[in-house]
Design a protein around this ligand. Structure first.
Ligand SMILES: Nc1ncnc2c1ncn2[C@@H]1O[C@H](COP(=O)(O)OP(=O)(O)O)[C@@H](O)[C@H]1O
Ligand SMILES: [Mg+2]
Length: 249
C-alpha cells in the first residue's frame, strides 16, 4: 500500500485559539479511518483545512504526491478529494436525480442547463451514482422530502459525482435513528470496498467507530493524543483518560 495523504506539521489558530497543533497524519490508499475526540477538539477544523475551507498557518498537505495546502476548495475537489458536509449541500426543491446530475455536471465543468440537452456520459454517471448509493427507486423524489437516511445517501452520491479517491465525512450519522446510522455505515463500507475509496470520518458513537474504522486518531485540543488500531487506542491510558473513559463501549 502507498500513502495517498500525508499531513506534515499542520497548524492553525483562530485568533488566540490554537485549534490545530503540529498535526502529522498519514492515510494509505483504500483505508477507512476515523478521527475521534471531544467536542471542540478540532475534528471539523482538520477536515476544513484538508479541503481548503480554512487556510493552514503552517504545514504541508500532500495528496497523491502534490502539496495542496492553501488551494481553494474547488481546486482540491478537482484533484480528487470530496466531502459530505455536516450541513447539507442538497438542493431541496430539485429531485434526487437532478441533484446528482448537477453535481456530475459541475465536475465536468459544464452548466446544468447546457447539460440538460442530452449528455450521455452525464446521465450514465448519474445513474451509476444513484445505483451505487441505493437511490434508484428515489430518483424522482423531491430531495426535501427524503428521510434522513436517504438524504445522507444523496449527499454521498453527490460527493461521488466528483469521482474522488479520498472522501471525508464529518459526523455522517448525526441525527439518525440506529437503523439509518447502520444503513449509512454499510453504504460507506461498500463504497470503500468496491471503489477502493479512501474514507476518513468523524463520529461520536463509539460503537460505530470501533466497528467501522480500521485506524483511529484521537484529537484533543487540536493535538493528536494517540493513533492506532481500535485495539491499540482502546488500550491506551491517555485515550481512556481524555475521551474513551466517558463513552460506554
Ligand atoms: N471559524 C472559526 N473561527 C473561530 N474559531 C473556530 C472556528 N471554527 C472552529 N473554531 C474553534 O476551533 C475549535 C475546534 O472546533 P471544531 O473543529 O469545530 O471541533 P470539533 O469538530 O472537534 O467539535 C473550537 O474551539 C472552535 O470554537
Ligand atoms: Mg465537528
Amino acid at each position: 500500500m502507498s500513502a495517498i495523504l500525508e499531513v506534515i506539521g499542520l497548524d492553525k489558530r483562530f485568533g488566540g485559539v490554537h485549534v490545530t497543533r503540529n498535526v502529522n497524519f498519514v492515510m494509505e490508499e483504500g483505508e477507512q479511518s476515523a478521527i475521534i475526540g471531544p467536542n471542540g477538539a478540532g475534528k471539523s477544523t482538520f477536515m476544513n483545512l484538508l479541503t481548503g475551507y480554512h487556510r493552514p498557518d503552517a504545514g504541508r498537505v500532500v495528496f497523491a504526491g502534490k502539496d495542496i495546502a492553501g488551494l481553494a476548495p474547488h481546486q482540491i475537489a478537482r484533484l480528487g478529494i470530496s466531502r459530505a458536509f455536516q450541513v447539507s449541500n442538497i438542493f431541496s426543491r430539485m429531485t434526487v436525480a437532478e441533484n446528482v446530475r448537477s453535481a456530475v455536471h459541475a465536475q465536468m465543468g459544464m452548466s446544468y442547463n447546457l447539460m440538460r440537452r442530452a449528455d450521455r456520459t452525464g446521465i450514465a454517471t448519474t445513474d451509476e451514482m444513484l445505483a451505487r448509493c441505493g437511490l434508484d427507486t428515489r430518483r424522482d423524489t423531491t430531495a426535501g422530502e427524503l428521510a434522513q437516511g436517504d438524504k445522507k445517501r444523496l449527499e454521498l452520491a453527490i460527493a461521488l459525482a466528483g469521482k474522488p479517491r479520498l472522501l471525508f465525512l464529518d459526523e455522517p450519522t448525526a441525527g439518525m435513528s440506529i437503523d439509518e446510522a447502520r444503513g449509512t455505515m454499510e453504504l460507506v463500507n461498500r463504497l470503500n470496498r468496491e471503489l477502493n475509496l479512501t474514507v476518513l470520518f468523524t463520529e461520536h458513537d463509539m460503537g460505530i467507530v470501533f466497528n467501522h474504522a480500521r485506524k483511529l486518531t484521537l484529537l484533543h485540543r487540536g493535538e493528536i493524543i494517540v493513533q492506532g488500531t481500535p485495539a491499540e487506542v482502546r488500550a491506551n491510558d491517555m485515550a481512556q483518560k481524555v475521551y474513551l473513559g466517558e463513552h460506554q463501549l
